[in-house]
Design a protein around this ligand. Structure first.
Ligand SMILES: C[S@@+](CC[C@H](N)C(=O)[O-])C[C@H]1O[C@@H](n2cnc3c(N)ncnc32)[C@H](O)[C@@H]1O
Length: 435
């Protein structure tokens, strides 16, 4: 009896009540011309219009648009939707890590646009066909890969992103390094009776990894995890406006020809920020120094290994920023995402070491802090997420404009100008000089 296949389409109201708005039948096209299918066609066209609109937005408009879409989505959630959303949060990064471990993103990206079937994926990854089909359909359901038909999959733009080593490192960093900290955070905060976290040796990180060491002493003892962390840093800010286009770099470094060192990239990781700067200003060859822990330089990936050669245009110098700065009188000491790793008293130590290396008044040095400057209200979720990650792992924080002023004041320094260049996380360049 055909009627048994008819199913009721209901619309869930915000209060969780259901209203019958139409009926549909999978086998009868005429029957599908119901109020529901009309609504669905109109919705498809609305969504297509939104997609087209998004393509024409500039960076700021795109961010505003994504915030609007997110707010809209949350505002129409039913309690069941809310529950479903939370139920999948942990799995999303775990499942994506599995996809990365299997090399699924590289496989699909290299064969795209041709799709790959389950049997092919199984034979290329060594996974059982049933298992890989379940992983692949899960990843397709969360938008990480695209499903082209029953049991066939291809790469979408997200797959291609995740196929790149730096982004793969990010997923490993989020899962392997941040995940355990987030798991330990609630219990840790209860144990400290919800008091401020200010000691980098007493955080959820120590609980998560059963260590007494602060994160940046522990990481060098764990090369694989440290490597994921460093890989993650290389892709942050790769897209979008570069800091030296928002900050008037060329004007502020107008005497670069006469400077021995123009910029020291302090705690500069794999030197990716210096490399981007050199690409924009080739005349800086030989005038850039990147400093970091010896353990960081020991794991430089192949594209960055040139940093270690004698004729590299960027000099790699192992240096601990809690010790006196060896490069004196550089035009700039650049700190990207370094101070947000440390509580205030440690930041003051780092800053004083740099200020002690400043050049004389006729050849002034400045510090460029490349970090978030949080507004007092309406802090975006991307920034609050990092703020709590910093608290959980490092007893540190993202800072508001007032907090930056206070911190710099404690180090005998002052803000000269602030240029915000990325609206999602409010990344900004704070130019800092002596008080
Ligand atoms: C959050 S990462 C930022 C890396 C890079 N500046 C960037 O923005 O991509 C912090 C960096 O500080 C380095 N670091 C931590 N402690 C350090 C120390 N005592 N001396 C020098 N570098 C250190 C880490 O190895 C890491 O590369």
């Amino acid at each position: 009896m055909p009627d048994c296949k008819w199913f009721l389409i209901t619309q869930q109201s915000c209060k969780g009540t259901s209203t019958k708005i139409g009926v549909s039948h999978p086998d009868h096209s005429a029957a599908s011309i119901t109020k529901t299918s009309l609504v669905s066609a109109a919705m498809d066209s609305d969504l297509e219009n939104l997609r087209l609109k998004a393509q024409n937005l500039d960076a700021a408009g795109r961010i505003q648009f994504m915030k609007g879409l997110r707010d809209l989505q949350l505002s129409i959630e039913t309690p069941a939707d809310t529950l479903n959303r939370y139920s999948g949060l942990h799995l999303e990064v775990a499942g994506t890590r599995v996809g990365g471990d299997l090399g699924l993103f590289e496989l699909l990206s290299s064969s795209a646009p041709a799709p790959l079937g389950v049997q092919e994926l199984a034979s290329k990854t060594g996974a059982a066909p049933l298992l890989i089909s379940r992983i692949a359909r899960y990843l397709a359901s969360i938008g990480t890969i695209a499903e082209t038909g029953p049991g066939t999959f291809t790469a979408n733009s997200i797959t291609k992103t995740l196929a790149e080593p730096g982004y793969k490192g990010c997923i490993r960093h989020f899962f392997d390094n941040c995940g355990p900290v987030f798991q330990a955070l609630p219990e840790f905060l209860a144990e400290v009776k919800y008091q401020d976290v200010t000691d980098s040796a007493q955080t959820a990180f120590q609980k998560a990894f059963s260590t007494d060491l602060p994160a940046f002493m522990w990481f060098p003892t764990q090369p694989e995890q440290f490597n994921h962390f460093q890989q993650a840093m290389t892709v942050q800010g790769r897209q979008g406006t570069q800091w030296f286009t928002a900050f008037p770099f060329e004007k502020e470094a107008s005497d670069m020809a006469t400077r021995e060192t123009v910029l020291v990239d302090v705690g500069g990781g794999f030197g990716h920020q210096s490399a981007r700067l050199l690409e924009a200003f080739p005349q800086l060859a030989g005038k850039l120094v990147v400093q970091d822990l010896p353990a960081t330089f020991a794991m430089l990936p192949p594209p960055a290994q040139g940093l270690l050669s004698k004729d590299s245009p960027i000099k790699a110098q192992p240096h601990d920023f809690f010790t006196p700065q060896p490069v004196k009188g550089a035009r700039f000491y650049y700190l990207r995402n370094v101070l947000h790793d440390w509580p205030d008293d440690k930041c003051v130590e780092i800053l004083r070491n740099l200020a002690d290396a400043f050049g004389p008044q006729d050849q002034p040095s400045h510090i460029l802090i490349d970090e978030m400057v949080l507004p007092d209200q309406g802090v975006p979720w991307q920034a609050t997420t990092l703020d709590l990650t910093m608290m959980g792992a490092l007893a540190s924080r993202e800072r508001t404009v007032g907090e930056w002023h206070d911190l710099l004041d404690r180090a005998g320094l002052k803000v000269l100008r602030i240029d915000t260049y990325a609206l999602d996380k409010r990344d900004s360049i704070i130019q800092v000089g002596r008080k």
